[in-house]
Design a protein around this ligand. Sequence first.
Ligand code: MEV
Length: 323
Amino acid sequence: MKRITVSAPGKLMLLGDHAVVYQRPCLVTAVDQRMFVTVELINKPEFQLHAPDLLPDDYKKPLTQIGSGTIPKGVAYCEVAVSLFIQKFGLPSGIRVSSQANFSSLLGLGSSSAITVCILKALCSIFGIKITNKELFILCYQTVLAVAGVGSGFDVAAGIYGGVIFFVGGGKEITPLSVVSLPLLVGYTGIKADTPTIVRSVSEKMKQFPKLINGLFTVSDLVVTRGQNALIEHDLQTFGEMMNINEGLLASLGVESEQLSILIQAARMAGAYGAKLSGAGMGDCMITIAPPDRVRQVKQSIALHGRLITVSCNAEGVKLEAQ
Ligand code: MEV
């Protein structure tokens, strides 16, 4: 039977977190933590899913019922992606989808976005449907909005395009940047953040104090622009300063948890150029960047206060692994 394997990278938000939900810009990097998805055509008119990271047991549903009835939380992105694919292109055969990631879905590195990108890319490839990156982005973003209800789409853009991207909320602009190297250090708080809930808490703040929050987001725009130039010029010191200013804005939004703040301070005290949370906040990961002669101390300090995660930035976007 015909089968295809596709992989897509995870992501880390560099600057512009939360503001990007309000159609503002952010910088995001793809990371080498990858999701691998194999799609296989099967004789039964069924959608079968084998995703041990997401669900302990295998899952299956008749093709005619895809997208309806109860959808367990762990399979929502996969099933909704398949359902949107069917609405757009139809599905001439049953499929078996198997996924495997080389990173834990608890880290907040974008396992849901990566699996969404993989499934839709694999389905297009296996049925010979030519799709541009922008068209793929639109399908993936529809999936994210249908499942989570909120989100800017920056994570699926990172999964598709890879590299370091200047991204404007909703995909209004997706521009790959030429960045020579980005020696990011990452600390994990050990706490899983619930992104939609945190995004909604910020939207409550926006309703309460629209002028103030929009003011913070206007500063965020400036931070993203300055940070983008610094990255292109490999001026990591300025980039670190932009991280610190961005963290101040995020703390004002109330999304800096105690554990994040401990890790961020620890990195700064150990000599980092700058440090900030990455993503929604309240848990998941923080990122930092340090001068070469302080990297060892910063790593030690992160490991002492949380968990050091080794990542390599600028990773390749979605790609065909085997067919
Ligand atoms: C979450 O990883 C990042 C947010 O900006 C939400 C989003 O952009 O979808 C908070």
